[in-house]
Ligand binder design. Structure first.
Ligand code: HEM
Length: 106
């Protein structure tokens, strides 16, 4: 919590090779990240998720500050078998700021 969205925009550079957000965003290597908060995991339109992430969604797991922070810290620990090839964001501040930034795209 308590993230700074403007700082989070800079952290999002680490994600941009694979993800787009905002108006007109399209799926890339990874899904569009608009409207995540409160939405089931792996529910983006027109994106083919791994079984690992799809299973989370089927279990009823929803994206919020806590689940996003856990996934982004160590994606492969939180969702073993995920096809998101990203080591994770080690710094809590980076995670908080990034999540505040993503929350502006509801
Ligand atoms: C999935 C965020 C970096 C590729 C996701 C999801 C989130 C996310 C929230 C799940 C979306 C949903 O449930 O609809 C981020 C953030 C990043 C980042 C914030 C930077 C800090 C990357 C990078 C890549 C990538 C660098 C590519 C090398 C993917 C892929 C998926 C995914 C392929 C689908 C995973 C699966 O189905 O297992 N990402 N991501 N992401 N991301 Fe990322």
């Amino acid at each position: 919590a308590d993230g700074d969205a403007a700082k989070g925009e800079k952290v999002f550079r680490k994600c941009q090779a694979c993800h787009a957000v905002g108006e007109g965003a399209e799926n890339k290597v990874g899904p569009v990240l608009n409207g995540l908060m409160g939405r089931a995991v792996a529910a983006g339109e027109g994106f083919e998720y791994s079984d690992a992430l799809a299973a989370k969604g089927a279990e009823g797991v929803v994206w919020d500050e806590d689940t996003l922070a856990a996934f982004l810290e160590k994606p492969r620990d939180w969702a073993p078998g995920t096809k998101m090839s990203f080591a994770g964001l080690r710094k809590e501040k980076d995670r908080d700021n990034l999540i505040a930034y993503l929350a502006t795209f509801q």
